[in-house]
Design a binder for this molecule. Structure first.
Ligand SMILES: [Zn+2]
Length: 401
């Protein structure tokens, strides 16, 4: 199958943004666009009358404002052709991309054509689609799980997610299952953070997940799909303020949406507690540390903290917190106004609940200093006892036989 797909069904000849048509030149006709994801976009068109047109460009622009332009070649019979190189990943997967021509005549007058648009879908793979009332799931041939099992995994995740966040999501959700982590990373334009296994475009209702290997496919999907579904529900409460929500809250809820996450993080948490390296939650409000080990700890802490908050304050309070995002104020203020306590106080309470007092800490440097201070006293005491014992023995000569 050719990697370049004619986008007849993604391609729309309408003008959703208001680009004025100026000048006297008739706009190009027979406009066609093809692209190979991550490689190039090719646009061809015809000018019925070249007239005094001297040069032309095509401008591409996304909803988020990313903008690129390329020169257009013009043949004497009016064929226009422009190619945009995508190797630097100027656009993200699922971007809604507008494009239009700007034609300049010899006198410098510029004519803008109507604008056209297309959705930048990942056409590197032959996606197989399965549909239900709740989900449209796309998979490649590498995903060997049946359509009905995939729908079942997603539905179980949706039930857990709506238990945590009781809202009605926008349906159907779209789920893309990438064949491996690398192909998902390249779709997202990520090259260095290879631990990103799942991603959501909550504004579009799209989830992207991947499997680390064929052996772990089902386990990976049972973990990732519910996690990403929670993110979609969070978005339905926060809308465009989603990225301003405390990161520990977004990720903590998402991990709680996974079926059995606790065992994965137990070791990480107790080790950090014993070494006194737990991260203050104030530091996890806007982002997580990029280093893999610290990032895992951030997820582990957030999951445990949110689990504690859910048990103590109930899901309604966390829903209220998400709804209050964007009303102004800091992360700490958001928490205080919803739960009546600041983050540091809540962190201390969580530590008391998560790590019971009989859980002996090791490795605290203060403990070593205390030991150094106590040791001379202990030795002095032992020396006195020994001397006292010796003196006693001398006063009881008849005990020895
Ligand atoms: Zn997440």
């Amino acid at each position: 199958m050719s990697l370049i797909l004619l986008l007849s069904f993604f391609f729309h000849l309408n003008s959703p943004i208001n680009i004025p048509v100026t000048g006297e030149v008739n706009p190009p006709t027979d406009v066609t666009l093809t692209y190979q994801f991550g490689d190039s976009i090719q646009v061809d068109a015809t000018l019925q009358e070249i007239g005094s047109i001297d040069r032309a460009i095509i401008i591409f622009q996304t909803d988020s404002g990313a903008k690129m332009q390329v020169p257009v070649s013009i043949t004497p019979d009016g064929k226009l052709s422009g190619r945009l190189d995508l190797s630097d990943n100027p656009f993200k997967v699922f971007d809604h991309i507008y494009y239009w021509f700007e034609l300049t005549d010899k006198a410098g007058n510029v004519t803008k054509s109507p604008s056209y648009w297309f959705d930048y879908l990942d056409n590197r793979f032959a996606w197989h689609k399965s549909e239900s009332k709740w989900f449209t799931i796309y998979k490649t041939e590498a995903t060997t799980i049946s359509d009905s099992d995939l729908q079942e995994i997603a539905l179980a995740g949706l039930k857990r997610a709506t238990d945590l966040i009781p809202v009605s999501p926008q349906l159907p959700m779209q789920i893309y299952i990438y064949p491996d982590v690398d192909s998902l990373s390249s779709a997202l334009g990520i090259t260095s953070q290879d631990w990103v296994a799942g991603e959501t475009r909550p504004d579009l209702g799209v989830i992207m997940v991947s499997a680390a290997s064929a052996d772990t496919l089902r386990v990976d999907l049972e973990r990732q799909i519910p996690h990403e579904i929670v993110h979609l529900l969070e978005y339905s409460l926060t809308k465009t303020d989603y990225t301003d929500a405390p990161k520990w809250l977004l990720e903590g809820l998402a991990v709680n949406g996974q079926d059995d996450y606790a065992a994965t993080f137990d070791q990480e948490l107790s080790s950090a507690y014993q070494k006194n390296t737990l991260i203050p939650f104030e530091q996890l409000c806007t982002s997580f540390p990029p280093e893999s080990s610290q990032s895992t700890l951030a997820y582990a802490q957030s999951a445990s903290f949110v689990s504690y908050l859910l048990a103590t304050y109930g899901d309604n309070k966390l829903t209220e917190m998400l709804q209050s995002v964007g009303t102004g104020g800091s992360c700490d203020q958001l928490v205080s106004q919803t739960l009546g306590k600041d983050l540091a106080t809540l962190q201390a309470e969580w530590i008391n609940a998560a790590f019971p007092k009989n859980h002996v800490k090791k490795g605290n440097p203060n403990d070593y200093w205390l030991l150094l201070l106590i040791l001379p006293v202990v030795f002095a005491g032992l020396w006195c006892i020994r001397r006292h014992g010796s003196a006693k023995k001398k006063s009881e000569p008849n005990n020895e036989k």
